[in-house]
Write a protein that binds this ligand. Structure first.
Ligand code: TXA
Ligand code: MG
Length: 342
């Protein structure tokens, strides 16, 4: 199959979306930009389309998808009940990078939720994603548009790298603003629980909901017998080919440690104002400021593969800053929880 790349900008009219909408109406899947990362979209009500999503990504069958809507009112047909907490969260954070998990309605096929009785729903703010949902006239099931296990795509070219020949179309809407996937919170538990941190932060959630628990798997590896709240947490994630090792400590100590290594396939990933005095090659992953790090994290991880890196030592973001939770969560998974204290 040939994969067509189509540029669509915010100012483009409906005409530009017709081919993509036709693919979606026909049960096909399309790469689409969102403000977080690119998604691989298909009709959430079509088991055929959902099957294609799983196949194109090579996604494990037990990992459920997020359903994307363009209006809050569409939530009513996807879930069995809309609690006050959901209304409050939507008032504050939708459209935007927040996914809510709620008991599903009968309309949502079990293949979307991987057999669970809950469904994940998000209303993205990206204007191209919103228009696509409106024009195609259906809620869109969409996981991140990477091959399963790879870093999530933040540019159309990343989607092309992973899915060229496997899907008919990718909409290029430019680079994603946020760069990490949405915050996932479940409202299907007595106390709301954060399952995946994102740019809607824990303190923002608490300011609306009061009590919010944090799932153990956010910052810790799963124990062998531990029950998962979110199937996505089981899998190795966000991994470039290179071995990622997090190094916790000051830049001076980081430098001393890393300079004990040499070789052209060994890299260091450092903050923007660093890199001096290192004996290995370095790539930058942003200012030590959470949104900035999130923005370029996955792109930097993909860069490592392009450079043929075999090992990469990564600066550890400030863990006492709650806002760093999203980046820390992704890095810990990319590193398989390998952290060295220096
Ligand atoms: O920002 C995002 O959320 C992006 C864009 C495309 O919207 N999408 C995304 O989807 O990251 P995906 O499939 O890569 O991640 C969805 C996560 C997975 O960890 C999955 O296990 C979890 O949400 N999830 C989905 N439905 C769930 C449910 N019913 N219960 C618990 N976890 C669920
Ligand atoms: Mg994903």
């Amino acid at each position: 199959m040939n994969t067509e790349l189509v540029k669509i900008s915010v100012t483009d009219g409906e005409q530009k979306y017709i081919k993509a909408a036709d693919y979606l109406k026909g049960g096909q899947v399309v790469g689409m930009p969102t403000e977080t990362v690119y998604g691989l979209a298909g009709n959430a009500y079509s088991p055929d389309a959902v099957k294609r999503i799983f196949e194109a990504k090579g996604r494990p069958q037990d990992n459920p998808l997020i359903v994307h809507i363009s209006e809050f009112s569409q939530l009513y047909e996807l879930v069995s009940e809309v609690p006050d907490k959901a209304k409050k969260l939507a008032d504050e954070f939708w459209p935007g990078p927040l996914t809510m998990i709620l008991p599903k309605s009968d309309k949502v096929p079990l293949c979307v939720t991987a057999g669970l009785d809950t469904v994940a729903v998000r209303c993205p703010s990206h204007p191209v994603a919103r228009r696509l949902i409106e024009i195609s006239g259906m809620p869109l099931a969409a996981p991140s548009a990477n091959l399963s296990g790879k870093p999530s795509p933040t540019k159309a070219e990343h989607v092309f790298e992973d899915l060229n020949g496997r899907i008919p179309m990718i909409i290029d809407g430019g680079e994603c603003d946020e760069g990490v996937e949405s915050t996932v919170i479940t409202l299907a538990t007595p106390v709301p629980k954060l399952l995946r941190p994102g740019n809607v932060t824990l303190s923002q959630l608490k300011s609306v909901l009061g009590d919010v628990q944090v799932d153990n798997a956010v910052l810790n590896p799963l124990k062998a017998d531990e029950k998962v709240s979110s199937p996505g947490m089981k899998y190795k994630h966000y991994s470039p080919e290179a071995e990622i090792i997090l190094v916790r400590g000051s830049y001076e100590s980081f430098k001393n440690y890393v300079n004990g290594f040499s070789g052209e396939n060994i890299y260091a990933m450092v903050f923007d104002n660093e890199g001096e005095g290192l004996s290995v090659l370095s790539i930058k992953y942003g200012k030590e400021d959470y949104k900035n790090l999130a923005h370029s994290l996955f792109d930097s991880l993909r860069e490592l593969d392009k450079k043929g890196a075999q090992k990469c030592f990564v600066r550890y973001p400030d863990e006492n800053n709650d806002d760093n939770l999203a980046v820390l969560n992704r890095l810990l998974r990319a590193a398989g929880f390998k952290v060295i204290d220096v």
